[in-house]
Design a binder for this molecule. Structure first.
Ligand SMILES: *Cc1c(COP(=O)(O)O)cnc(C)c1O
Length: 427
């Protein structure tokens, strides 16, 4: 469910015609819907209203400060994986008691920053990290709350590059290591071990592997408690899939919550969730304009392949090139009834074959200048964008009802070049 709808023959975001945003801001541009973000957060949060649960939005999915503030005002926390993300969460108004710090290669500087910021939990992913954290905490005279991230050795489906829960992935420690590290953290006196954490992957649409992983986590909590160690928190990560085009509907947050209850089977514990994609994906689109249609005749001179060349590219939205992801492209103006569909490859202007959004998509007639929107681009879209090919970062716009605001402007070329001072001997 989202608030991108056709009204009077035109795609809108809430009450704003996308064409109006394109006119004011230019394309390509990311457009986010406040109502959709709010709805997705509330549905997720409500699914766990019967438990003590913190919903910590995974900032890496969408780190725009206004997006984070929308969620912060609803009571969301933040799952962060770098000092930069902690700074964003704080700047957006998320209290440190709702910020979780994850990541498998935190630097000493980042760990010290997180301790001083007073984040609610540092997820420790390895023994060297634990040892480093002990030293830093001692130096600061602090006793930070930590959880140990376990790798439950479960394949959860999804693309290889975003699976994190198998033992050959780089994330987390085994169950036996987790027991040992938990006891070590407890004995250190400079760390406050409060729980255990896991996160097995992203875009997960089958609840069974999650259920198996969570049941193993329940077992770990019980084992630790049986050893007399206090365990008050269980962080079950993110990973719930979002509905992309043409895919079977992923489980709803309510179904996910029912599964969690079953897997935990009455375990009394505070829960933390780190959803990213399921909150933000459907809340954003990447709005683009058609540059031209490029037709390449076959050898025999007959009509061959057709390419729809748009002004968005892999530097703006890398998921198709990187994860073989598919984003449905919807024309902003509804095609006239009975318009012929024809097969086209949708491509961007970057000089790489990888700059292909989709192959042989059936699309209505489109002309240069026509607007179209890549749907479901609110997660891992703008956050993964770059200036490859010296294309300025796509701006971000937030819509609320009939209003919209530019929440990250497109840099000018002057700004882009000014970031690179010449080496003094070249100046
Ligand atoms: C990426 C990530 C998430 C969010 O995953 P989604 O699939 O977007 O829900 C949560 N926790 C951790 C530790 C992550 O690395």
């Amino acid at each position: 469910m989202n608030f991108f709808e056709v009204r009077d023959g035109e795609l809108h975001c809430e009450d704003v015609p996308l064409a109006r945003i394109a006119e004011a801001v230019g394309t390509p541009v990311y457009v986010y819907s406040t109502a959709t973000l709010e709805r997705h957060y509330n549905v997720f949060q409500t699914a766990f209203a019967h438990r003590r649960a913190l919903v910590a939005f995974a900032v890496k999915a969408n780190s725009n400060l206004s997006v984070l503030r929308v969620l912060a005002r609803l009571g969301a926390g933040a799952d962060t994986v770098s000092e930069g993300e902690i700074r964003r969460a704080l700047a957006a108004g998320m209290p440190p008691q709702r910020i979780v710090f994850s990541g498998m290669g935190k630097t000493a500087h980042e760990l010290a920053f997180a301790i001083e910021a007073g984040v609610s939990e540092i997820n420790v992913e390895s023994e060297p990290e634990l040892d480093l954290l002990v030293k830093i905490a001692e130096g600061l005279g602090a006793r930070p709350a930590v959880t140990i991230r376990v790798n439950p050795d479960i394949a959860a489906g999804g693309h290889d590059k975003i699976a994190t829960g198998k033992s050959d992935n780089k994330f987390g420690v085994s169950f036996s290591e987790a027991e040992r590290l938990y006891a070590k953290a407890y004995a250190s006196r400079s760390l406050n071990p409060i729980g255990v954490a896991c996160h097995i992957g992203s875009q997960i649409t089958d609840l069974r592997p999650m259920r198996a992983a969570f049941a193993k986590m329940r077992g770990l909590v019980q084992t630790l408690r049986a050893q007399g160690l206090p365990v008050e928190r269980l962080d079950l990560g993110g990973g719930l899939g979002a509905p992309y085009f043409d895919q079977p509907d992923p489980p709803s947050p309510a179904q996910f919550a029912a599964m969690v209850d079953e897997a935990l089977d009455g375990l009394d514990i505070d829960l933390v969730f780190e959803p990213g994609r399921v909150i933000a994906a459907n809340a954003g689109v990447l709005l683009t304009s058609v540059i031209h249609i490029h037709e390449r005749p076959n050898e025999d001179g007959h009509a061959g392949k057709r390419f729809l060349v748009v002004d968005a590219a892999m530097n703006d939205l890398v998921r198709p090139a990187m994860y073989d992801a598919f984003h449905d492209l919807r024309p902003v103006k509804t095609p006239r009834a009975g318009a012929n569909l024809s097969a086209m490859d949708v491509v961007g202007p970057v000089c790489e074959t990888g700059d292909t959004f989709s192959r042989d998509s059936l699309l209505p007639p489109l002309a240069p200048g026509d607007l179209a929107a890549f749907m479901t681009a609110g997660a891992y879209g703008a956050t993964m964008s770059s200036e490859y090919n010296s294309r300025p970062l796509a701006p971000e716009v937030l819509v609320r009802g009939a209003e919209f605001a530019v929440t990250r402007p497109r840099p000018t070329y002057e700004e882009m070049l000014a970031r690179e001072p010449f080496a003094p001997w070249l100046a």
